[in-house]
Design a protein around this ligand. Sequence first.
Ligand code: 5GP
Ligand code: ZN
Length: 124
Amino acid sequence: MSDSGSSRPASAECVFCRISRGEIPATVVHEDEDLLVFEDLNPQAPTHLLIIPRAHVASVDDLHDGERDLVGGLILAARDVARSQGVAEDGYRLVANTGRDGGQTVDHLHVHLLAGRPLSWPPG
Ligand code: 5GP
Ligand code: ZN
């Protein structure tokens, strides 16, 4: 993946970097060399997965222009996992909470995949 190497050193403390390294257990449903998909610890829907890059990117706002492949990989992984989890037909929501007002609580870029029930709009 482009631009995810030495310019993105792993964080020793970051909880999602630690999950990526296998130091904290998680229920992983898909992984490859660039990204990881695992179940959210506190699910808000019958299916609630988190898609993260292995590279430590703090948030959407921290992305570099050269990281299009990284971003695209997250969305395509979400598409594939939604299909393999059997929720693609009924539909799902992808969310990337960003910053304080966005409700981001873990400072490692992640996309929530929520599915398995009708999701209301607008969000709170
Ligand atoms: P945010 O609020 O930053 O958009 O989402 C962070 C998500 O990470 C939350 O939904 C929270 O439940 C989840 N989370 C936080 N710590 C852990 C953890 O150690 N393991 C897993 N599987 N999920 C976590
Ligand atoms: Zn991290």
